[in-house]
Design a protein around this ligand. Structure first.
Ligand SMILES: Cc1cc2nc3c(=O)[nH]c(=O)nc-3n(C[C@H](O)[C@H](O)[C@H](O)COP(=O)(O)OP(=O)(O)OC[C@H]3O[C@@H](n4cnc5c(N)ncnc54)[C@H](O)[C@@H]3O)c2cc1C
Length: 399
């Protein structure tokens, strides 16, 4: 199974996105021999992100965030077009250069002692006894190699091969997203410290569309669910903004996994980031949750190497740690998402109208938390029970 002279690592991490790079940094800093495999030729490309994150991200990484813009709030636009402005006096979020962020995270992992193989696509994983054998193919020459380790960490994104090979649950739902970078001068009426979020079945079925000012460009994008492809909705959305020449724009697209996995580990295996569905179900953001969980994943990996125990039951402590921190939020947000999916466009118009009442919008501005919106919604529903009329049965369960 193992090639003669093949290298043996303590940990092999599949996927050099932010979750994989952060986990690699923390494990190699503790002195363990760590290999990070990334299928692309460099970190940070292709980009699959709108790049908006809360200020929390500053404290969760050891790099200076490549900030392009700061955001104080935004306008929520329901199907009837009567927008509700929710603007805070302070900065609530930042817009980052996601390619640069990933590059810096990857370089940090190398500086912390991780070995990195780029252009290396993992194609197979097998456990034999206490070792995991990981086979990868070099994208340039096509040759295949096998390395082995005590532990494999799947940080290989929404369609994780590690998750599939190790027989771990799939996410319950996938969103499909697409975004264009539009020169700022082509978008009128958007302040540079505010985002706009559009709801409606004709705009972005099952999710929402966004305008995010990012310096010289505005990120114009949306996600869809329920098998709808985002491309035609994005074309329609760009058209509604009077952007007719769409051929020269830069596009990105990607998948967002939603749900709460029952396990994120198996013998000799842990998943982290999108591979483990550590994503906010209401906004699709995964960077903050991925970084929170990367710390738990690395801590558990280090403990398991110290105690020489990579059994599923030992690694279960990782699942307990991260679900204790964000599991309740994900569970509640999934319930709120169910309510959102059950609402008609008319319901959405009336909800936004009610949220516009002074006391409610003041509450949203002061207490809204973009990483833990479901927890804040619970407090809001208790304070403003008139909101319960939107889905009485589900909301009572939520409370
Ligand atoms: C349209 C869109 C907009 C988004 N906007 C935001 C946002 O504004 N804010 C936010 O917080 N989040 C956003 N997200 C989500 C965010 O991009 C993800 O949560 C984040 O990238 C997850 O990081 P990760 O490291 O877990 O996975 P990824 O970033 O997906 O990295 C996985 C890495 O694994 C590599 N890989 C996969 N398979 C293999 C293999 N077999 N072998 C070797 N390498 C492999 C991939 O090449 C990739 O580099 C958005 C997502 C989409 C699709």
């Amino acid at each position: 199974m193992q090639e003669p002279g093949a290298r043996k690592y303590d940990v092999v991490i599949i996927g050099g996105g932010p979750a994989g790079a952060r986990t690699a940094s923390l494990i190699s800093r503790a002195g363990y021999r760590t290999l990070l495999l990334e299928e692309h030729e460099c970190f940070g490309s292709p980009i699959q992100c709108a790049g908006i994150v809360s200020n929390r991200l500053h404290d969760l990484v050891d790099i200076d965030l490549p900030v392009l813009n700061s955001i104080r709030g935004g306008t929520v636009i329901p199907p009837n077009g009567q927008g509700l402005e929710l603007i805070a006096p302070e900065i609530k979020a930042v817009v980052i250069d996601r390619g640069d962020f990933d590059r810096q995270m990857g370089e940090r992992a190398i500086a912390d002692g991780s070995e990195v193989l780029l252009n290396a696509r993992c194609i197979d994983i097998k456990t034999v006894g206490t070792l995991v054998h990981i086979t990868y193919r070099n994208n340039i020459g096509g040759e295949e190699h096998t390395v082995s380790s005590s532990l494999v960490i799947g940080a290989d994104g929404p369609r994780s091969l590690v998750r599939e090979k190790m027989g771990i649950d799939r996410p319950k739902e996938f969103l499909y997203g697409m975004q264009a970078e539009v020169p700022s001068e082509l978008i009128s009426d958007l302040r540079d410290d505010e985002v706009s979020v559009y709801f409606g079945k004709a705009v972005a079925p099952g999710f929402f569309a966004w305008l995010i000012p990012a310096g010289d460009f505005v990120r114009v994008g949306l996600c869809t669910s329920g098998g709808e492809f985002p491309k035609r909705y994005l074309q329609g959305f760009l058209g509604s903004l009077d952007i007719s020449d769409i051929r020269g724009l830069e596009y990105i697209s990607g998948t967002i996994p939603l749900g709460l996995l029952e396990t994120s580990h198996a013998d000799n295996t842990m998943l982290v980031g999108d591979a483990a569905c550590q994503v906010k179900p209401l906004t699709g953001g995964g960077l903050v949750f991925g970084m929170i969980c990367a710390k738990h994943c690395a801590d558990t990996a280090i403990a398991s190497l110290e105690e020489n125990d990579q059994s599923k039951s030992f690694l279960g402590r990782y699942h307990e740690l991260w679900t204790a921190e964000i599991g309740r939020e994900i569970r509640s947000a999934i319930l709120l998402r169910k309510i959102f999916l059950s609402m008609s466009d008319k319901d959405m118009d009336s909800l936004v109208k009610i949220l516009g009442e002074e006391d409610l919008s003041a509450f949203l501005v002061s207490r809204g938390d973009m990483d833990f919106p479901a927890a804040a919604s619970k407090v809001m529903l208790r304070k403003f029970p008139k909101l319960i009329k939107f889905a009485p049965h589900l909301l009572k369960a939520f409370l």
